[in-house]
Design a protein around this ligand. Structure first.
Ligand code: TRP
Length: 331
């Protein structure tokens, strides 16, 4: 069976973009057709300035929301990265295969490091090595497919390169993974700035719908979304990015096609109203399930503990094999 691995970084509250672009598909499709692992990648949240209490809180919340979104621990493995030592163990070996030059070419590193330097801050070394840890996340599990957003393609490419290089140098050890990009609503854009992605790490803003936003808050944010000049509702990503984003969100919520939907609306106002209601309805069951899970934190902890145990068992043989292959003396 195809092995699927994906991760979600606890650096902010999860958004509608995370849900429609990734989590919903993990629950509806991936966990049924593959052997899937979904990981709250908390170690990755330490690569930039962080508040320990906040990371802890967001990690617990992300795990709870993964379960609330329909991931079933009977069908897939849901766990927290730092609970499984194999990620860090393998990451070091891969650092001995990756080069300084290839790490510095990573677009996200260049962007984030530049931003940090502009602010006068310092760049953590882990920000540079972060894609190696991500490669370890993926390679430790013999992963075939990595469902991610476009912004992660380069990191998955690096994982492929490292797997191939390791295998050539030290003997076949790793499956060479590939990135997959879900077709529908892969990219929900910021409601106030439809040129940029609705990212969770951005400052809380009126353009971001969070999975735990109350219905009234969701309505307000959608109704205030920026639209474009013009009046008629047409689906045109280039010329009408604001309207296109609303059409895509509505289409993703209702399982329809944005182009088809555009014909049904005579005004921006009507489109916003229906989009707001569609989002409220999509979030309703997730929020209800989240409330239930929060009432029983011991259950969530037990699920995560069992998930980590399962993950460790899957990862250990591969990571042990990599230790031997690279020349380390068996313990
Ligand atoms: N880097 C990813 C992001 O920022 C998160 C991530 C970490 C990940 N490890 C992963 C995604 C492994 C897929 C597979 O979104």
């Amino acid at each position: 069976m195809t092995r699927v691995f994906s991760g979600i970084k606890p650096t902010g509250h999860l958004t509608l973009g995370n849900y429609l672009g990734a989590m919903r598909r993990w629950a509806e499709v991936d966990q049924h057709r593959s052997e899937a692992l979904f990981c709250v990648v908390d170690l990755h949240a330490l690569t930039v300035d962080h508040d320990p209490a906040r990371v802890r809180r967001l990690s617990r919340q992300a795990a709870t929301l993964l379960l609330a979104s329909g991931l079933d621990p009977e069908r897939c493995t849901v766990f927290v990265q730092s609970h499984v030592d194999e990620h860090a163990r393998l990451s070091y070996l891969l650092e001995c295969v990756a080069t300084d030059g290839e790490m510095r070419r990573m677009i996200q590193y260049k962007e984030k490091a530049a931003r940090e330097q502009r602010r006068g801050g310092s760049v953590r070394l882990s920000l540079l090595t972060y894609p190696v840890l991500m490669a370890a996340d993926i390679l430790a599990y013999g992963t075939d497919e990595v469902p991610v957003g476009d912004d992660q393609t380069q990191h998955v490419e690096l994982s492929r390169d490292l797997a191939v290089r390791f295998n050539q140098r030290y003997g076949h050890t790793f499956v060479v993974p590939r990135a997959t990009h879900p077709k529908v609503a892969a990219r929900v854009m910021n409601l106030q700035d439809p040129a940029s992605k609705m990212g969770k790490s951005d400052d809380s803003g009126p353009g971001i719908v969070y999975l735990l936003d109350e219905p009234e808050v969701v309505r307000k944010k959608v109704m205030r979304a920026v639209t474009d000049s013009g009046r008629d509702v047409v689906y045109d990503r280039q010329e009408r990015p604001g309207v296109a984003n609303l059409l895509e969100i509505l289409a993703a919520c209702e399982g329809k096609d944005p182009e088809d939907l555009s014909g049904a609306y005579a005004s921006y106002g009507a489109l916003k109203k229906d989009t707001a209601e569609a989002v409220v309805e999509v979030l309703r069951p997730v929020q209800a399930r989240h409330r239930e899970l929060c009432a029983d934190p011991a259950q969530v902890e037990a699920v995560l503990r069992a998930g980590a145990e399962k993950a460790r068992e899957m990862a250990r043989p591969t990571v042990d094999a990599a230790y031997r292959a690279i020349g380390l003396l068996p313990a």
